[in-house]
Write a protein that binds this ligand. Structure first.
Ligand code: NAP
Length: 616
C-alpha cells in the first residue's frame, strides 16, 4: 500500500541484528539479556523443553539474508562459548534495527497506520502499542467521517497527532537498541543511565511514561488543565447509574462528558448544553471518584472516543466550541433521526437481507463458540470445510503453506458471511512444522478468544503422488509420508494439549485405501496409515469424549487441470454411483457433521464420502 501510494519512507537501514531460534534438545542456562564480552545472549527454556535463544555479536553487521541455524549456533558459540549445534532448530529468523517512518500518514483517501507507517526494531514492546494506538486514533475519526459527522480537519488531525508520536517512539527505540546492542563503548552511558534510574523517581516515571505511551499529550486546543490532551487517567467512578472505571466508560466507542462531583447547578447547565450531541457523547454524572481524578479543581472533562481529554471546565473555555471541534455541530431538528453513531451508513440497504446472511440461516450455528483448525484450507476440500465450519459459527484457522492470497480470500469470504477466521502459515512435512503452525495458531486464537483452546482439528492438507511404482524414489516416498502421515500424527499429539474434553478430530484419508490405482501406491500407503489414526486414537481419547474419524473422499474437484477436461471428468464420473465427480462441498458437509454434537456417538470410524465409488 505504501509503495503503491507513492509514500516516501525515509530513515536508516539496519546496522545491527539479533539472531533468534527455537531449539529442541539443548540444555543451556537461562539468560535474560545477558551482556557478555563478545555480545548479548538471551535463553529461555519453555515447559515443552524447547529453548528460545537470541544472540547479537558486538560489531557484527546484519547478513542481508535470513540466517540458517548454523549461523545462530556459530554466533552463540562465539558469544557464550556454548555449543548448541546438536540441537534441532524448529524456527530460525533474525530482526534488525532499521528505523524508517513515512513522511506523511495521509494522502487524500489513503491512510498509513502501524507497521505500514513505521519500521522499527521490535524491542521493548513499543511498536505493538504504537500500532494499536495509531489504529485507535484513526478508527474513531474514520467512523465519524463515514457517519458524515466528522468535523472539518478531523481526519487530518490523525497525521498531526500520530506522526509526532511515531517519531518520538522510533527515537526511543534507537536509543534502547544502542544501549542494548552497543559494545563496550556504550558501557559508560549505561552506567550513567543506571545511576539516574536508580536514584530518581522522576527519571523512572519519565522513562515509564515514554515507553508505555501514557505520557502522550496531543495539542487539542487552548487551556492549561494538566489533563488536557492526555489520556483520561484510570480511576474508579461511582455514577448515578453504576460503579465503574474511567476506562470502561469508553467501551461504547462514544465520547464522554464526565461531570465530576461538585456544583450541581453547573453540572445541570453542562448536561443541557451537551444534550444535542447525546448520540455521540455520553454524559456521565459521577457521585464519587478515586485518586487520579479526584483533584478538587477538575469539575468536568470532555473525553474523545480514544480516551484523550479535550476540554476541562476549570479552563474557562467554551464546551460547545470543543464539542463542535471534535464531534461537529449537532444535527438540526428536521424530524429525521440522526444516524446512530458508528453503525452502517444510512445509505446501506436495510430491507433486503444480504445473501450471505441468508446462507447462514440455512445452517444451524451448531458450532458457535467453537474453534477449528483446518490444515490445507486455502484450496479444495479444506477450503470448503473451513467455509462450512465457519457457517456453523466456529472461529476457523485457515492453514496454508504457499498460497497466501488464496488463504486470505477464504478469510474474506468467511467474514463477508458474518463468520470469523484467520490465516496460519506453515509448511508441513519439514522439521519444526508443528511448532511453527502452533505458534501462529495460538497467537491467532489468543488474540480473538483470550485462550488457546482448540475444539476441532481437521487434518486435510495432503499431497498426491502421481508416480508409477518404478519411478517412486525414496525421497518422493519420504516426502509423501512426511506430509500425509507424519504431520497429522504430530499435529494430533500437539493439538491434544489445547483440546478440551468433547473435542473433534477429523482426518481426510482417501477412497484409494479401498480401490486400486497403481500410480498412487505410495500415496495410498500414506492414507492407509492415516486410517490407523482413527482406530487407535479413538480408544485412547474415549475417556476425554474426544471423537476421531476418517473421512475418505473419492475423486473430488480441485485445481488440478484434469478437472477442466470434459472427457476426463465424464470418465471419472462413471466411478461414482451418482455418475458425477465429487464437489469439495460434498465432503465439507460430512466434515461439518462429524464436528457437531450430533456425531458424538461416532468415533474410530471410516466414513466413505466417495459418492458410492467403493460399491464396485
Ligand atoms: P488441494 O486442492 O490440492 O489443496 C491442498 C491443500 O493442502 C492446500 O491448501 C495446500 O496449501 C495444502 N498443502 C499441500 N501441501 C502442503 C504442505 N506440505 N504443507 C502445508 N500445506 C500443504 O487438496 P484437495 O484435492 O482438496 O485434497 C484435500 C485432501 O483430500 C488431501 O489430503 C488429499 O490427499 C485428499 N483427497 C483428495 C482427493 C481428490 O480427488 N481431490 C481424493 C481423495 C483424497 P497451499 O494452497 O498453500 O499450497
Amino acid at each position: 500500500m505504501r509503495r503503491l501510494g507513492g509514500f516516501g519512507f525515509p530513515g536508516a537501514d539496519a546496522t545491527r541484528d539479533m539472531l533468534r531460534a527455537d531449539v529442541a534438545g539443548i540444555d543451556v542456562p537461562n539468560r535474560r539479556f545477558e551482556r557478555l564480552e563478545g555480545g548479548l545472549a538471551v535463553a529461555a527454556r519453555r515447559p515443552d523443553g524447547v529453548t528460545r535463544v537470541m544472540v547479537h555479536e558486538f560489531g557484527a553487521r546484519p547478513r542481508g539474508a535470513q540466517p540458517g541455524f548454523a549461523d545462530v549456533a556459530d554466533t552463540w558459540k562465539r558469544v557464550t562459548g556454548e555449543d548448541i549445534s546438536a540441537g534441532t532448530p524448529l524456527w530460525v529468523n533474525s530482526f534488525g534495527d532499521a528505523s524508517r517512518q513515512a513522511g506523511r500518514y495521509r494522502d487524500h483517501r489513503l491512510f498509513l497506520a502501524g507497521d505500514a507507517a513505521h519500521q522499527q526494531m521490535p524491542i521493548g514492546g513499543q511498536a505493538l502499542n504504537l500500532g494499536l494506538q495509531d489504529a485507535v486514533n484513526l478508527g474513531w475519526k474514520l467512523a465519524a467521517q463515514v457517519q458524515r459527522r466528522g468535523p472539518d480537519g478531523l481526519l487530518d488531525s490523525y497525521h498531526g497527532e500520530r506522526h509526532a508520536v511515531g517519531q518520538r517512539v522510533l527515537n526511543n527505540i534507537r536509543a534502547q537498541a544502542l544501549l542494548l546492542l552497543g559494545s563496550a563503548e556504550v558501557e559508560p552511558v549505561r552506567q550513567v543511565f543506571a545511576e539516574l534510574a536508580a536514584g530518581s523517581e522522576n527519571v523512572r516515571a519519565h522513562l515509564a511514561g515514554m515507553i508505555s505511551g501514557l505520557d502522550i499529550r496531543y495539542d487539542v486546543g487552548p487551556g492549561r488543565h494538566p489533563l488536557l490532551g492526555r489520556r483520561l487517567p484510570h480511576a474508579d467512578i461511582t455514577t448515578t447509574e453504576s460503579t465503574t472505571t474511567s476506562t470502561s466508560l469508553l467501551r461504547s466507542g462514544r465520547g464522554v462528558l464526565l461531570l465530576l462531583p461538585g456544583d450541581d447547578a453547573r453540572r445541570e447547565e453542562l448536561r443541557t448544553l451537551a444534550a444535542p450531541w447525546a448520540d455521540l457523547v455520553h454524559t456521565v454524572t459521577a457521585t464519587s471518584v478515586s485518586e487520579g481524578l479526584a483533584a478538587p479543581d477538575t469539575g468536568a472533562l470532555l473525553v474523545r472516543p480514544d480516551g484523550h481529554v479535550v476540554w476541562a471546565d476549570t479552563d474557562g473555555t467554551d464546551l460547545a466550541t470543543a464539542l463542535n471541534r471534535w464531534f461537529k455541530e449537532p444535527p438540526r431538528a428536521t424530524g429525521v433521526p440522526a444516524a446512530a453513531p458508528f453503525t452502517a451508513p444510512v445509505t446501506a440497504p436495510v430491507t433486503a437481507p444480504a445473501p450471505a446472511k441468508k446462507n447462514r440461516r440455512t445452517h444451524m450455528n451448531r458450532l458457535t463458540g467453537k474453534t477449528a483448525l483446518v490444515t490445507g484450507s486455502s484450496r479444495g476440500m479444506g477450503r470448503a470445510a473451513a467455509l462450512r465450519l465457519a457457517q456453523e459459527g466456529a472461529l476457523v484457522a485457515v492453514h496454508y503453506t504457499a498460497n497466501r492470497e488464496a488463504a486470505d480470500d477464504v478469510v474474506t469470504l468467511i467474514e463477508k458471511d458474518g463468520g470469523r477466521a484467520f490465516t496460519v502459515r506453515a509448511e508441513l512435512g519439514v522439521p519444526g512444522d508443528v511448532h511453527e503452525l502452533f505458534l501462529g495458531l495460538e497467537s491467532g486464537l489468543r488474540e480473538r478468544t483470550g485462550t488457546t483452546g482448540l475444539d476441532i482439528l481437521v487434518n486435510n492438507a495432503g499431497v498426491m503422488g502421481g508416480v508409477k511404482p518404478e519411478d517412486t524414489t525414496p525421497e518422493k516416498f519420504d516426502q509423501l509420508f512426511a506430509v500425509n502421515a507424519k504431520a497429522p500424527f504430530f499435529l494430533i499429539q500437539r493439538a491434544l494439549k489445547n483440546m478440551p474434553d468433547g473435542g473433534r478430530i477429523i482426518n481426510i484419508t482417501s477412497g484409494l485405501t479401498r480401490f486400486a490405482n497403481p500410480d498412487e501406491i505410495a500415496y495410498a500407503m500414506t492414507k492407509g496409515a492415516v486410517d490407523q489414526l482413527a482406530l487407535h486414537f479413538a480408544k485412547y481419547l474415549g475417556p476425554r469424549n474426544i471423537t476421531i474419524n476418517s473421512v475418505a473422499p473419492g475423486i473430488t474437484r480441485n485445481d488440478n487441470p484434469v478437472f477442466g477436461i470434459p472427457e476426463a471428468v465424464e470418465q471419472m464420473a462413471q466411478l461414482s454411483a451418482f455418475n458425477r465427480i465429487g464437489e469439495p462441498e460434498d465432503v465439507a458437509d460430512v466434515v461439518a457433521f462429524l464436528a457437531t454434537d450430533e456425531a458424538r456417538w461416532i468415533t474410530g470410524s471410516f466414513v466413505d464420502a466417495t459418492g458410492g465409488t467403493l460399491l464396485g
